[in-house]
Design a protein around this ligand. Structure first.
Ligand code: ADP
Ligand code: MG
Length: 262
């Protein structure tokens, strides 16, 4: 590993605007390569907006975003190239319903590489095995449980071997058992494949156990950055309010309502 690559993601005084409004400002962050970072915060605080800046989907209104030591490119061709190094698991799984599980996972390989078909088949088998679903290769998305579908989407996000994984609310719609499976899978894949992961979630208690570093976003900025243990003992009123899930306090209740409207 080169020194430049010891930091997977570096944000410096980042400001993000949407719809003419500043959503996040003054964000400074370093995500060490190999780590799992949890980004927590109430609905509507700007977690997905932050991920959009990492994938280059949203241009910063100020400050900078670097991925593995490189600024996120503005030219679309360079951006497409950079995006291959980022695996994204979005809230909806985005599986194509008329393709089998194996074909869904093969899709990024068929689109972005010139690998021969037998090699693609082997890679798909390997990725499905990594999420514990080799036996489901010929199933169709409608035949899967919510947890299985999420794992297929995860296998597909891993298809191109991206060194950086972004997860946006990976537990949405899952029961507690499936949630536990997904979280331990995120952790296991991070460590066995040598990835760097950023997990955006409002599920504090499920997310903290796998995190090396935790950020809490509220009121337009980072209100906490530290280890899970430091978070638990934080006396910051914003952090306490968020951890207790209380509507009244220093975090404006309005943050959640804005999302419902969006
Ligand atoms: N495309 C958009 N245009 C304008 N405002 C947006 C857009 N996407 C999100 N927002 C607003 O940005 C704020 C943060 O949204 P988001 O990042 O989705 O929050 P979170 O992921 O933390 O729930 C919300 O107030 C939301 O309404
Ligand atoms: Mg979101």
């Amino acid at each position: 590993m080169t020194v430049a690559n010891a930091t997977a993601v570096h944000l410096s005084d980042l400001r993000l605007d949407r719809g003419g409004r500043t959503i996040l400002g003054g964000i400074d962050l370093a995500v060490p390569t190999g780590s799992i970072t949890a980004v927590l915060g109430p609905s509507g605080c700007g977690k997905s907006t932050l991920l959009a800046a990492l994938t280059g989907e949203l241009q910063p209104a100020g400050g900078s975003v670097e991925i593995f030591g490189q600024p996120v490119p503005q030219r679309s061709r360079d951006l497409l190239e950079m995006r291959k190094s980022i695996g994204v698991l979005l809230q909806g799984n985005g599986l194509l319903t008329d393709l089998s599980v194996a074909d869904n996972v093969a899709l990024p390989l068929r689109t972005h590489t010139r690998l021969a078909a037998p090699l693609i088949d082997r890679i798909v088998e390997f990725k499905l095995n990594a999420v514990g679903l080799r036996a489901a290769a010929n199933a169709y998305p409608r035949e899967l449980s919510g947890g299985m579908a999420r794992r297929v989407a995860l296998a597909r996000a891993l298809a191109l071997d991206p060194p950086l994984m972004l997860y946006d609310e990976p537990l949405t719609g899952l029961d507690p058992i499936a949630s536990g499976v997904i979280m331990s899978l995120i952790q296991r894949l991070n460590h066995t494949l040598g990835l760097t992961s950023i997990v955006v979630s409002h599920h504090v208690h499920e997310t903290l156990p796998i995190a090396d570093q935790v950020l809490v976003i509220a009121n337009g900025g980072l209100v906490f950055s530290g280890t899970p243990a430091e978070l638990e003992t934080s006396s910051d009123p914003l952090v306490r309010q968020f951890l207790r899930g209380e509507p009244d306090g220093p975090i404006a209740f309005d943050a959640a309502q804005r999302t419902e409207a969006a």
